[in-house]
Design a protein around this ligand. Sequence first.
Ligand SMILES: Cc1cc2nc3c(=O)[nH]c(=O)nc-3n(C[C@H](O)[C@H](O)[C@H](O)COP(=O)(O)OP(=O)(O)OC[C@H]3O[C@@H](n4cnc5c(N)ncnc54)[C@H](O)[C@@H]3O)c2cc1C
Length: 383
Amino acid sequence: MKPDLQIVGAGLTGLTAAIEAAERGWRVTVAEAHSSPGGRARTLAEPFRANLGTHAIYVDGSWWEWLERRDLTPPIVEAPRLPGLVRAGGRLGPWPAELSQAIAALPAEAPAEESLRAWLLRHVDAKTAEAIIAVVFIFTFDHDPGRLSAAFAHQRLRRALAGGVRYVVGGWSTLVDLLAERAVGLGARIRTQTRVLALPEGPTILATSLASARQLTGDSSLTWPSARTVSVDMGLRAEDSPDWFRVLDLDDRIYAARYSLADPTLAPAGHELLQISAACAPDERKADAERRVHRLLDQCWPGWPAAVQWQRSALRTHCTGAVDLPGTTWHDRPAISRGGTLTVATDQSAAPGLLAEVGIAAAQLAVRQLGEPSRPTQAYERV
Ligand SMILES: Cc1cc2nc3c(=O)[nH]c(=O)nc-3n(C[C@H](O)[C@H](O)[C@H](O)COP(=O)(O)OP(=O)(O)OC[C@H]3O[C@@H](n4cnc5c(N)ncnc54)[C@H](O)[C@@H]3O)c2cc1C
């Protein structure tokens, strides 16, 4: 018998859609190309449990409330009370209090039509503007956040500094497992190692990346700007290690955090997991971005090469979520409803939120847009 609703992709978006849809009585099948669910929210197996994509979860947003209502919240931890360092003008130092003051003094609203850089220059001096732009890199991953819409960047800046950031204990796979178990418990079937090569018939949610949805549909309008960044992950011996938790390089737009200091389960005893993102301009090569990362480490972790036990790096394009350029907002991104019973829910879709939350909001909108199944199978809590 044909399933009522087909979901392609078992990342955070596809799993959220599966739960919402099954709660509404849909009989759901999720097809996932990979051997396990999670997509960009997967965590590597031991010894160094690096998150592939997602790191921070925001407990001050509507997704966290959604998880709470379903008793699906994962164990979380805050950042440890260790110093944060900033590199500015080639020198390492503590986070400058005047930078926090300058951010707090910005107007409450910023215009969507203007670039972040142009807007900041109307309120702060050029040096402070570039420092704030470098802070915005942490959660947009954009090589030049000054080019983004001021409203887009400013809303995310406020949100990121509001104190809602936590880390999932055991890595994001902990949350992926909770979501997948709930979806299966509600009757959804998750078929891993199942790559969908042609658009399914009937009610469908494409919960893939926007690029995969474009390939599957042949619809070239499924496109939106995203960032280009280089990720460097390292497992290191913890002897003679420095005392900071995170470093933000304002000069070079690099962000490094020792996640195992927040959650020791991510690395074996006596070792650490360090994960780094470096902005990568469209014309910069991966190797050059890595060289900039190494220069920063030389300064903030003397002797780091001898401590490295494991490492990997990757150039990441179109996988850190949507960025909105001046004159656009999330409403202008590719629509979720694609005509008939086809919907596309991705983290670059027309939905609100920060990073992964966009895909999750898109999943909820997709299920709502598909309406009720014609043949309800079971009644579950409706929210
Ligand atoms: C370096 C980095 C850091 C990040 N940090 C954060 C952060 O701190 N906080 C945050 O909230 N977000 C963060 N993000 C963004 C976050 O990872 C993504 O927004 C989120 O994981 C996207 O989930 P998704 O389910 O929409 O897509 P995906 O996770 O990409 O899932 C899509 C799934 O579809 C499957 N698929 C694709 N095509 C097919 C097909 N034809 N057939 C079957 N299956 C298919 C894929 O295998 C995949 O499993 C980060 C991303 C990166 C890359």
